[in-house]
Structure formats: C-alpha cells, structure tokens
Design a protein around this ligand. Structure first.
Ligand code: SF4
Length: 130
C-alpha cells in the first residue's frame, strides 16, 4: 500500500485496489487477515492465482512480524490498524531504511517499490492529511 502508484497485475486488480485506497484515505480501519484479502480478490477470479502459494504466506508472515515490531506490538490475525499521518510517516521511513522489507526479498515488484520509496513516495495513492 505504501508504494501503490496504480500499477498491478491487471486493470481489474488496480480498479479494486484504487477503491480500497480511497477507503483508507477516508480513515477506514485495516483488519489483518490470513491468506488472500480484498486486495487479492480480482486475482482469485483468474486461472491459477498465486495467492495461496507457500511463498506468499511466508511473505505475509514476515511483513506482519516487521510491521508489529515497528508498532511495538505483536500483531495477530484479527487485529485492526488505522493509518493516520504519524503512522504513515513512520511506515514510510522504516520502508526506506529497509527495516520492514524482509518480505520484499525476491518479490517481482521490488524495483518499482524501491524506486517509488526512494523518490519520496511521489505518485503514491495512499495519502493522509497531517
Ligand atoms: S517489493 Fe513486493 S513485498 Fe515489498 S512492498 Fe513491494 S509489492 Fe510488497
């Protein structure tokens, strides 16, 4: 979400993601789920989605661990997080510093996400007012 600039697997994927980001910008809570979530939904409707692969589940677990450490709490499935301005800023800085990028290893979007974060998050859709 931090580096989402409107690019993704398909038009259906980015249309859905755009709608989710709009909800987050309006302050909606994120509930941490297990396995494919609302963002993944368009992929689940395609042939052979990768959403249930072991590598994806491992990536989710790594991200949950890193974000929990950053927030100073052990995050669990079912927990809720709201992305206010201070939280977004700390998430962005930690991402640039590599603190929360364990899950990014081997990801096909690695170069895009690195470039977006290195460019002061220019063009990202997730923006929260101060
Ligand atoms: S590199 Fe992959 S895992 Fe890391 S933030 Fe980007 S899309 Fe997510």
């Amino acid at each position: 979400m931090l580096t989402y600039v409107g690019k993704g697997y398909s038009q259906a994927f980015t249309d859905n993601y755009d709608r989710i980001i709009e909800r987050l910008v309006r302050g909606e809570e994120i509930m941490i789920g297990e396995g494919p979530d609302e963002i993944c939904q368009p992929l689940l409707e395609t042939d052979a989605p990768h959403c249930h692969n072991d590598s994806v589940m491992e990536r989710d677990a790594q991200a949950l661990h890193d974000v929990g450490q950053l927030l100073g709490q052990k995050l669990q499935i079912g927990d809720r997080v709201t992305i206010g301005y201070p939280t977004l800023e700390s998430f962005r800085q930690a991402f640039v510093d590599g603190i929360t990028r364990t899950a990014c290893s081997g990801c096909e979007w690695f170069e895009l996400c690195t470039a977006v974060s290195a460019n002061a998050y220019s063009g990202v859709k997730l923006r929260v007012a101060e």
